[in-house]
Unconditional design. Structure first.
Length: 466
């Protein structure tokens, strides 16, 4: 009985995957055989087409990779893989710093009001973030913004750029040309919710300094936010940044999808019920989606409890309980994972594990890969292979086992970071100590439907999202 759907599913997989097939053992997938050709991203962007499951309670935006052929930005200053991974480590360092020292009460409010840079303990943005296009103001002005589950305050660069604005692709938003723009007053509770705020002629001033010394400072404001021409949020609160500098690429700003009060998710809770889903592009030459509200995607979802971390109200915590390689569960005591806990993050590229778990993963993976020529390490990635000249590669499946019985099965595109065919690296890295926060990064999430449901306190994972 059970084997019939399994055979059908196996055939469907074979047909669907074009060049990718799986080795099935004892009911589970243990290894994946892939043609090398299928691993290479194309030079052209092929965009994801949303299915016809139109649900009027939900809104879908196209997710674009800042680095590939689908990037909305002109790519004169394309970062190298090493630079991307080095920046990823500064994001992780700042995430760790944020958790170990609770955000300080801002001591520089006076300095802020006096228009110098505030010191709000923000995180480093890194370079692994994805962008979406939304509209601000009346009439609507399109702005390409990073979306980030690791921060709360939404902001865009605004005219007049008093001291400095960095270069962005879209024209910089001018609030004086928007009939719906309003400043938020210092006495508003929304101003207090910011954590770091100041006051300038009774107008609320916000400031976020990210861990890599990127910063944005300006007026805290509200205006109409257009997700689509039909889905419009009046009086959305965001920072109108008149002094901004840092590693934002050419993006106009950021949309904060964290859990704390100022975030998009909290502000639109009535409207979308605290539910959003994304599918990050499976390759740099494809696109994904970011959806708010609505039903869950139709794919086969596995749910794990969404937990809260006392030290950071922004982050989405979950429980990682074990890891399997090639169908074999690694012998890592579950307490190794529970010491510091684990978050899921849209903006961290590479999954970070406790060193004890990472070394077990690495040795199991290396044992399965002994037939391949090794290649030099790449930044934080220490297990790399030279696949050039080969037609096919076989990798063991890696699975992440989560609390509540959910498992994320990773295929080769979520196991290897392929800088080039001569340098394909295991896309996991160790934290400095088992006491550092674990992070599920975005390489491991690509192509999956990832559902965040703040009202039901669950995070769901489904295959085949985009
Ligand atoms: C939209 O949401 C409402 C209430 O949450 C529900 O009753 C309705 O069926 C939903 N509509 C669609 C098209 O899903
Ligand atoms: C917002 O406040 C700033 C500073 O007080 C002021 O220059 C600007 O004109 C205000 N904008 C509106 C629409 O009130």
């Amino acid at each position: 009985m059970a084997s019939v759907p399994c055979v059908i599913c196996y055939l469907a997989l074979l047909i669907a995957c074009l060049g990718i097939c799986w080795q099935v053992h004892g009911g589970g997938i243990t290894h994946q055989h892939v043609t090398i050709r299928s691993l290479l991203p194309s030079d052209a962007c092929s965009s994801y087409k949303d299915g016809d499951g139109v649900n009027h309670n939900e809104t879908s935006l196209t997710v674009l990779d800042r680095h590939g052929p689908c990037s909305p930005f002109d790519l004169h200053h394309q970062l190298s893989h090493k630079q991307i991974l080095d920046h990823d480590q500064s994001r992780v360092d700042s995430l760790h710093g944020r958790v170990s020292t609770a955000p300080k009460q801002d001591q520089q409010l006076d300095a802020l009001a006096a228009s110098s840079i505030p010191a709000h303990s923000g995180i480093s943005l890194g370079t692994g973030n994805y962008v979406v296009i939304v509209g601000f103001g009346t009439p609507k002005r399109d702005q390409t913004v990073i979306f980030d589950t690791g921060s709360d305050v939404t902001w865009i660069q605004c005219q007049p750029c008093v001291v400095t604005c960095y270069q962005q692709q879209d024209p910089i938003f001018d609030p004086s040309h928007s009939s719906t723009y309003l400043n938020i007053s210092c006495s508003s509770a929304y101003c207090t919710d910011l954590g770091a705020s100041g006051c300038s002629s009774s107008t609320c001033v916000y400031g976020v300094q990210y861990g890599d010394n990127s910063y944005t400072v300006g007026f805290y404001a509200e205006d109409t936010l257009w997700l689509t021409p039909y889905d419009v949020i009046p009086n959305f609160r965001f920072g109108c940044g008149e002094r901004n500098d840092g590693l934002f690429g050419k993006a106009a700003g950021l949309i904060g999808l964290g859990r704390d009060k100022p975030s998009f998710v909290s502000q639109t809770y009535q409207r979308y019920g605290g539910v959003f889903t994304y599918c990050l592009p499976p390759t740099s030459s494809s696109t994904g989606y970011l959806r708010f509200g609505g039903g869950y995607p139709s794919s086969d979802l596995r749910f794990t409890p969404m937990l809260s971390g006392a030290s950071s109200p922004t982050f989405y915590y979950l429980t990682l309980t074990a890891i399997s390689v090639g169908g074999q569960q690694l012998l890592v005591p579950p307490t190794v994972f529970s010491v510091a806990g684990t978050i899921i993050d849209s903006g961290t590229v590479i999954t970070r594990l406790p060193p004890t778990a990472y070394s077990a993963l690495r040795s199991a993976f290396r044992q399965e890969m002994t037939t391949y020529k090794s290649a030099p390490a790449l930044s934080i990635l220490d297990t790399c292979y030279d696949l050039s000249g080969l037609d096919k590669v076989t990798v063991p499946e890696v699975a992440l086992h989560l609390g509540g019985g959910a498992t994320i099965h990773l295929d080769i595109t979520r196991i290897l970071y392929i800088a080039s065919l001569s340098q394909a690296c295991l896309a996991f890295a160790a934290n400095r100590a088992d006491t550092d926060l674990g992070i599920i990064g975005n390489v491991q999430q690509r192509g999956l439907d990832v559902v965040y449901d703040v009202s039901k306190h669950v995070i769901g994972f489904g295959p085949g999202g985009c």
